[in-house]
Ligand binder design. Structure first.
Ligand code: XUL
Ligand code: CO
Length: 438
């Protein structure tokens, strides 16, 4: 089969000593860690919207990216060719999964019917490429934010027609996800939020968002789509306040509206930091309540207050993520989707490869470090000791439900004061972690 980017080689594992920029130094897909091959710990996925559609436009300048395969017009034929290039990239990167929004992959037509027809034509190519390469769809989603019809939001719009159009779009996106064998479907709020509370009926908007998600869940059931639904939090951008602010807000929403058993969370690092959290905070919060579904792997820039969607290269971050994933038994349906883009001045196709290789390698090394830390059990032991007052005596009695305020007052009156307070040893913990990292 003819290659579209013949100058870029197949990326392979060459080991930590390799200096080949097109090789993995740590990501060795079949290497077994904690009883399963590395590749199954990650379920790495490429995001079509960034990998294939980001052209470098920003508010200050025009497109910069060189993408030699792109034709002069964005028609269906060009979109179909782009899909083939995408699968070549996935194959060369040993990327097992991909994700896309409906509008990433096919151009909009003059009517909804025409747009759906365009999508069908491109989906045919996806189907062939999936069969040819074995690269699979992690989750599908719909772009309910780009078109001006969604300027006030989609499911939370003040305009009922916008809601109806969005419903039609998600209906189609679910059918496509089913046809392509996607393992999930993600709701990201797009413009589901507000710019100004004066003009906003918050209750009506949030009620309608729940109504919308119920319709999606019901339709998935009707057509036999059994993929996992995910809700992806983001506190701000494009609106000043998104309703899916963070996992605590999202999980509360899912519980309040009867969606808790239908939808899990998709956590994105850069969204976590925009919310004033860390990704590990968000992951732990979801996981401890049984809502951890999938991860959008990227990183923000702490000096910039927006969603920079950079590739993850911070080993501390990947160690923390992998520790949580390992602790909770890993992904069931989700994966690590690189919702990340190269910088505007990293304009060559090669840069797309360097970016993904760096992300995959940083996670692979993070996994190995996390597994070693777990095998040695040092941190666990230290934390367990810190909480040991709960393992026997009064602590064990409280946790067994044997006490109330009156009995605890009696206990403290007899004892006089608190005993056994130990140091937090934060600096020691940090040194222990560093022992594994360098
Ligand atoms: C936007 C974002 C989206 C979702 C899918 O910030 O993260 O790309 O991941 O709609
Ligand atoms: Co995302």
């Amino acid at each position: 089969m003819a290659e579209y980017i013949p100058n870029i080689p197949q990326v392979k594992f060459e080991g930590p000593q390799s200096t080949n920029p097109f090789a993995f130094r740590h990501y060795n897909p079949d290497e077994v860690v904690e009883g399963k091959p590395m590749k199954d710990h990650f379920n790495f996925s490429a995001a079509f919207w960034h990998t294939m559609r980001m052209n470098g436009v920003d508010p200050f300048g025009s497109a910069t990216m060189s993408r030699p395969w792109e034709g002069p017009v964005d028609d269906v034929a060009n979109a179909q060719k782009r899909v083939k290039v995408f699968f070549e990239i996935c194959q060369k990167l040993q990327m097992p999964y991909f994700c896309f929004h409906d509008r990433d992959v096919a151009p909009e037509g003059a009517t909804l019917a025409e747009t759906n027809k365009n999508l069908d034509e491109v989906v045919k190519v996806f189907k062939d490429e999936i069969a040819r390469t074995g690269v699979k769809m992690l989750w599908g989603t719909a772009n309910l934010f780009g078109n001006p019809r969604y300027m006030h939001g989609a499911a939370t719009s003040c305009n009922a027609d916008s809601f109806a159009y969005a419903a039609a779009q998600v209906k189609k996106a679910l059918e496509v996800s089913l046809e392509l064998g996607a393992k999930g479907y993600t709701f990201w709020g797009g413009r589901e939020g507000y710019m100004c509370l004066w003009n906003t009926n918050m209750k009506r908007e949030v009620d309608n968002l729940a109504r919308f998600m119920h319709m999606a869940v019901d339709y998935a059931k009707e057509i036999g789509f059994t993929g996992q639904f995910y809700f992806e939090p983001k506190p701000k951008e494009p609106t000043k306040h998104q309703y899916d602010f963070d996992s605590a807000a999202c999980i509360n929403f899912l519980r309040a509206y009867g969606l808790a058993d239908k939808v899990k969370m998709n956590i994105e690092t850069n969204h976590a930091t925009l919310a004033g959290h860390t990704v590990e905070h968000e992951l732990e919060y979801c996981a401890m309540q049984g809502f951890l579904g999938s991860i959008d792997a990227n990183a923000g820039d702490m000096l910039l207050g927006w969603d920079t969607d950079q590739f993850p290269t911070d080993i501390y971050m990947t160690v923390k993520i992998m520790l949580i994933l390992l602790k909770y038994g890993g992904f069931k349906t989700g994966g690590l989707n690189f919702d990340a883009k190269v910088r505007r001045d990293s304009w060559t196709p090669e840069d797309v490869f360097f970016a993904h290789i760096g992300g995959m390698d940083t996670f692979a090394k993070g996994l190995k470090i996390a597994a070693q830390m777990r095998a040695d059990g040092v941190l666990d032991e230290m934390v367990q000791k810190r909480y040991s007052s709960w393992d026997s005596g009064i602590g064990a009695e409280i946790e067994a439900g044997k006490h109330d305020f009156k009995s605890l007052e009696a206990y403290m009156l007899a004892k006089g004061n608190v005993e056994g307070i130990v140091s937090g040893n934060q600096e020691l913990y940090e040194n222990v972690v560093n022992r594994y990292i360098f």
